[in-house]
Write a protein that binds this ligand. Sequence first.
Ligand SMILES: Nc1ncnc2c1ncn2[C@@H]1O[C@H](COP(=O)(O)OP(=O)(O)OP(=O)(O)O)[C@@H](O)[C@H]1O
Ligand SMILES: [Mg+2]
Length: 165
Amino acid sequence: MSHAPCPPPARPDAIPGPSHARARTPAAQRPRTTRLEMRAVSTAPGRARAFLRAALACWGLTALTDDAEAITSELVTNGITASQQAAPAGITPAPVWLTITDATAELLIDVWDPSPEPPVAGHVPGTWDENGRGLLIVKALSHRWAWYHLNGHAGKVVWAALLTR
Ligand SMILES: Nc1ncnc2c1ncn2[C@@H]1O[C@H](COP(=O)(O)OP(=O)(O)OP(=O)(O)O)[C@@H](O)[C@H]1O
Ligand SMILES: [Mg+2]
């Protein structure tokens, strides 16, 4: 029987972690956090979902898998699009980072992309609109969600939280 290895902890140096989680959780217990760098290509959401599934299985949080996968898919897809749009012509789009954190009472899903442009939520798509549903899905499935610019770093993080208890 094959056994998927548990994901390594996030490297502390690459992209700043979810400071909203770190600030309020005892260091000895949590957060457990892991991070994935993805090229800004169409296969990234699938990679992100697989990475998430493995982390949740390792952390005993499989009950959250369906909702967390849907949220991760939407946030990563948006991040990939934003990175592609932010890249100058002829330049490879910058990678997108997924950080998953098991904090005190929440699973945090953070997606960093290199674009400073904020997500635009709130517009309810018409029946025949093909786009504009991703953030509605994130809002509906999550406990809370938001975005922020990083001091001293390019881009932004769009994040969502699911209650773990
Ligand atoms: N990470 C992001 N960076 C920049 N803009 C974003 C980001 N995420 C969302 N947006 C903006 O917010 C809008 C709404 O996002 P949302 O995910 O709801 O819809 P969509 O991506 O346009 O379509 P769908 O997700 O239904 O395929 C996007 O069209 C885009 O303009
Ligand atoms: Mg979207």
